[in-house]
Ligand binder design. Structure first.
Ligand SMILES: O=C1NC(=O)[C@@H](c2ccccc2)S1
Ligand SMILES: [Zn+2]
Length: 249
């Protein structure tokens, strides 16, 4: 149905603005990053994540992505440093991926589309709760990690959820902490422009089998016709003069 947004031709990124006007804002995400246009900022400090594996709760297929949610009722798993002031609470992580290894990431780096992009979504507790943080320019911080292919069960269909305990998401971080940062938006409706993006330069490697697991997820519910959950990525949006800063030379 046209009313519910998605990634198909009748409800996809080109039509989101019809129901979500923020989608045509001046600080939208994702963007294309050209290494030659980024500015090294030596004043940018290192970011630090201190995550409690005990905060991991469930893994969910919501028909649009595969999401792991964490207990964010107190400062249990937090991200600090880098471009951020204060500690941001980890709320959830999810992925965007393609129908083949040649595309799937949302941000595009020097023309390179990765097979997938992992987002770790954190919010600023000074704004009370996640909904309040969405209305603030410093409300949310998302760590984006690119997945490239060199190699998940029983959450096959939309709505399926399973316990996902004792998981420390910092194991997903690549070796290097080098990052790009810029101010942007949610890459899904309502597309609020509340995100400080921290994009890690070094991709992590996953196997084709792992990508096949992601692509084996369905966006339909259990007793509906099978519809593969793939290509849940928004294409790059206009930079509109924004500066992308790099933590590295
Ligand atoms: O970076 C982003 N990726 C998404 O799917 C958006 C989102 C949507 C809902 C909750 C958290 C983040 S914002
Ligand atoms: Zn995302």
């Amino acid at each position: 149905a046209q009313s519910v947004w998605g990634y198909d031709s009748d409800n996809g990124p080109e039509r989101w603005h019809e129901n979500y006007p923020l989608a045509k804002g001046d600080k939208q995400s994702p963007i294309e990053i050209n290494s030659k246009d980024v500015q090294h900022d030596s004043s940018l400090s290192a970011w630090h994540a201190s995550y409690d594996p005990g905060a991991a709760k469930t893994i969910l297929n919501n028909g649009r992505t595969c999401r792991v949610v964490f207990d964010d009722t107190f400062d249990r798993s937090v991200l600090r440093g880098g471009p951020l002031s204060g500690a941001y609470r980890l709320r959830q992580l999810h992925l965007h991926w393609g129908s083949c290894d040649q595309h799937g990431s949302e941000h595009v780096i020097d023309g390179v589309k990765y097979a997938a992009e992992l987002h770790m979504v954190h919010w600023n507790p000074k704004h009370g709760n996640f909904a309040g943080a969405l209305k603030q320019p410093d409300g949310v911080a998302v760590v984006g990690i690119f997945l490239k292919v060199s190699k998940i069960e029983n959450i096959k269909t939309k709505g399926k959820e399973a316990p996902f305990l004792h998981f420390d998401p910092s194991i997903l971080f690549p070796k290097s902490r080098d990052y790009w940062t810029y101010h942007g938006s949610f890459t899904t409706p309502p597309c609020e422009e509340c995100i400080t993006w921290i994009l890690l330069r070094e991709p992590i490697e996953v196997s084709s089998d792992q990508m096949a697991k992601l692509r084996s997820l369905s966006k339909n519910s259990e007793n509906e016709p099978v519809s593969p959950l793939v290509d849940n990525w928004r294409p790059p949006q206009p930079l509109k003069g924004r500066i992308v800063r790099a933590s590295f030379k």
